[in-house]
Design a protein around this ligand. Structure first.
Ligand SMILES: [Zn+2]
Length: 164
Protein backbone atom coordinates (compact mmCIF):
# COMPACT_ATOMS: atom_id res chain seq x y z
CA UNK A 1 0.00 0.00 0.00
CA UNK A 2 1.26 3.45 -0.92
CA UNK A 3 -0.02 6.98 -0.97
CA UNK A 4 -0.25 8.46 -4.46
CA UNK A 5 0.10 12.12 -5.43
CA UNK A 6 -3.13 13.26 -7.07
CA UNK A 7 -1.20 14.87 -9.90
CA UNK A 8 0.34 11.46 -10.71
CA UNK A 9 -3.01 9.75 -11.30
CA UNK A 10 -2.79 10.21 -15.08
CA UNK A 11 -0.22 7.39 -15.14
CA UNK A 12 -2.79 4.96 -13.71
CA UNK A 13 -5.81 5.68 -15.94
CA UNK A 14 -6.27 2.07 -17.05
CA UNK A 15 -5.83 0.58 -13.57
CA UNK A 16 -8.82 -0.95 -11.77
CA UNK A 17 -10.03 1.41 -9.07
CA UNK A 18 -12.47 1.65 -6.18
CA UNK A 19 -13.98 4.91 -4.93
CA UNK A 20 -14.68 5.19 -1.21
CA UNK A 21 -16.75 7.91 0.45
CA UNK A 22 -17.24 8.64 4.11
CA UNK A 23 -20.66 7.36 5.03
CA UNK A 24 -20.84 7.68 8.82
CA UNK A 25 -17.15 7.76 9.73
CA UNK A 26 -15.43 5.39 10.19
CA UNK A 27 -17.92 3.52 7.97
CA UNK A 28 -17.28 3.94 4.25
CA UNK A 29 -19.44 3.52 1.22
CA UNK A 30 -18.22 2.48 -2.20
CA UNK A 31 -19.43 3.64 -5.62
CA UNK A 32 -20.88 0.82 -7.71
CA UNK A 33 -22.07 0.60 -11.28
CA UNK A 34 -25.77 -0.31 -10.82
CA UNK A 35 -25.90 -2.20 -14.13
CA UNK A 36 -23.31 -4.84 -13.27
CA UNK A 37 -23.19 -4.35 -9.48
CA UNK A 38 -19.44 -3.96 -9.69
CA UNK A 39 -17.41 -1.54 -7.57
CA UNK A 40 -14.23 -2.13 -9.61
CA UNK A 41 -13.97 0.29 -12.52
CA UNK A 42 -11.09 1.74 -14.46
CA UNK A 43 -9.68 4.88 -12.93
CA UNK A 44 -10.53 6.85 -16.07
CA UNK A 45 -14.18 5.71 -15.85
CA UNK A 46 -14.37 6.88 -12.24
CA UNK A 47 -12.74 10.20 -13.06
CA UNK A 48 -15.24 10.56 -15.92
CA UNK A 49 -18.07 10.53 -13.37
CA UNK A 50 -16.96 13.94 -12.19
CA UNK A 51 -15.83 12.81 -8.74
CA UNK A 52 -13.74 15.05 -6.52
CA UNK A 53 -10.74 13.06 -5.32
CA UNK A 54 -9.36 13.81 -1.85
CA UNK A 55 -6.76 11.03 -1.55
CA UNK A 56 -5.43 8.14 -3.56
CA UNK A 57 -3.75 4.89 -2.59
CA UNK A 58 -2.44 1.95 -4.58
CA UNK A 59 -1.94 -1.66 -3.64
CA UNK A 60 -1.25 -4.67 -5.84
CA UNK A 61 -2.26 -2.83 -9.00
CA UNK A 62 -5.57 -1.55 -7.62
CA UNK A 63 -6.22 2.14 -6.91
CA UNK A 64 -8.40 3.29 -4.03
CA UNK A 65 -9.76 6.80 -4.03
CA UNK A 66 -11.25 8.71 -1.15
CA UNK A 67 -13.80 11.03 -2.71
CA UNK A 68 -16.23 13.75 -1.73
CA UNK A 69 -19.96 13.74 -2.33
CA UNK A 70 -20.99 11.99 -5.46
CA UNK A 71 -23.95 11.84 -7.83
CA UNK A 72 -24.06 10.30 -11.31
CA UNK A 73 -26.79 8.46 -13.20
CA UNK A 74 -26.34 4.70 -13.13
CA UNK A 75 -24.03 4.74 -10.12
CA UNK A 76 -24.72 4.62 -6.42
CA UNK A 77 -22.72 4.68 -3.19
CA UNK A 78 -23.33 1.51 -1.17
CA UNK A 79 -22.13 0.91 2.36
CA UNK A 80 -19.01 -1.24 2.05
CA UNK A 81 -20.39 -3.97 4.33
CA UNK A 82 -23.18 -4.63 1.82
CA UNK A 83 -20.66 -5.11 -0.93
CA UNK A 84 -18.63 -7.42 1.31
CA UNK A 85 -21.63 -9.57 2.16
CA UNK A 86 -23.08 -9.63 -1.37
CA UNK A 87 -19.87 -10.38 -3.23
CA UNK A 88 -18.40 -13.86 -3.42
CA UNK A 89 -15.23 -12.55 -4.99
CA UNK A 90 -12.71 -13.28 -2.23
CA UNK A 91 -9.95 -11.22 -3.84
CA UNK A 92 -12.25 -8.20 -4.08
CA UNK A 93 -13.34 -8.66 -0.46
CA UNK A 94 -9.71 -8.72 0.72
CA UNK A 95 -8.92 -5.61 -1.32
CA UNK A 96 -11.89 -3.69 0.07
CA UNK A 97 -11.09 -4.71 3.64
CA UNK A 98 -7.45 -3.66 3.35
CA UNK A 99 -8.28 -0.30 1.79
CA UNK A 100 -10.95 0.26 4.42
CA UNK A 101 -8.38 -0.43 7.16
CA UNK A 102 -5.81 1.93 5.60
CA UNK A 103 -8.33 4.70 5.08
CA UNK A 104 -9.31 4.54 8.74
CA UNK A 105 -5.65 4.58 9.81
CA UNK A 106 -5.09 7.59 7.55
CA UNK A 107 -8.00 9.58 8.98
CA UNK A 108 -7.30 8.73 12.61
CA UNK A 109 -3.56 9.51 12.56
CA UNK A 110 -3.36 13.24 11.98
CA UNK A 111 -1.04 14.46 14.76
CA UNK A 112 2.35 13.43 16.15
CA UNK A 113 2.08 11.68 19.51
CA UNK A 114 5.55 12.96 20.45
CA UNK A 115 5.18 16.71 19.83
CA UNK A 116 1.57 17.15 18.58
CA UNK A 117 2.80 18.44 15.21
CA UNK A 118 0.73 17.84 12.08
CA UNK A 119 1.56 14.66 10.17
CA UNK A 120 2.16 14.67 6.44
CA UNK A 121 1.90 11.61 4.24
CA UNK A 122 5.11 10.33 2.67
CA UNK A 123 4.55 9.75 -1.03
CA UNK A 124 5.06 6.31 -2.54
CA UNK A 125 5.00 4.80 0.97
CA UNK A 126 2.44 4.06 3.64
CA UNK A 127 4.15 6.31 6.12
CA UNK A 128 3.36 9.59 7.79
CA UNK A 129 5.96 11.96 9.11
CA UNK A 130 5.72 14.81 11.59
CA UNK A 131 6.29 18.24 10.03
CA UNK A 132 7.89 19.46 13.27
CA UNK A 133 10.11 16.67 14.61
CA UNK A 134 10.27 14.30 11.59
CA UNK A 135 9.07 11.33 13.67
CA UNK A 136 7.77 8.59 11.36
CA UNK A 137 4.51 6.70 11.83
CA UNK A 138 3.36 3.48 10.22
CA UNK A 139 0.12 1.54 10.54
CA UNK A 140 0.14 -0.91 13.41
CA UNK A 141 0.18 -4.50 12.31
CA UNK A 142 -1.88 -6.75 14.54
CA UNK A 143 -0.93 -10.34 13.72
CA UNK A 144 -3.08 -13.11 15.11
CA UNK A 145 -2.54 -16.85 15.40
CA UNK A 146 -5.20 -19.55 15.72
CA UNK A 147 -4.34 -23.07 16.80
CA UNK A 148 -6.54 -26.15 16.74
CA UNK A 149 -5.54 -28.87 19.21
CA UNK A 150 -7.13 -32.23 18.41
CA UNK A 151 -7.15 -35.63 20.13
CA UNK A 152 -9.11 -38.23 18.21
CA UNK A 153 -12.48 -36.64 17.56
CA UNK A 154 -12.09 -34.13 20.39
CA UNK A 155 -10.84 -30.56 20.30
CA UNK A 156 -9.40 -28.55 23.17
CA UNK A 157 -11.55 -25.55 24.05
CA UNK A 158 -10.00 -22.83 26.17
CA UNK A 159 -10.84 -19.31 27.18
CA UNK A 160 -9.41 -16.55 29.28
CA UNK A 161 -10.69 -16.52 32.89
CA UNK A 162 -11.46 -12.82 32.30
CA UNK A 163 -13.78 -13.61 29.40
CA UNK A 164 -17.49 -13.45 30.28
ZN1 LIG B 1 6.47 15.50 16.10
Amino acid sequence: MQFLELNELDKYKDYPALAFMNFQPPVKSIIIDIKNQNPLMSLSQLIGLGIKIKKAFIEKGVIALLIDEFAADGFVALESKFILTESFDLKLQKTILRFHQWLIWDETHLYCNKCAGILKQVQAKIEKQCRECAQSFFPTIAPAVMVLIERGNQILMARSPHFR
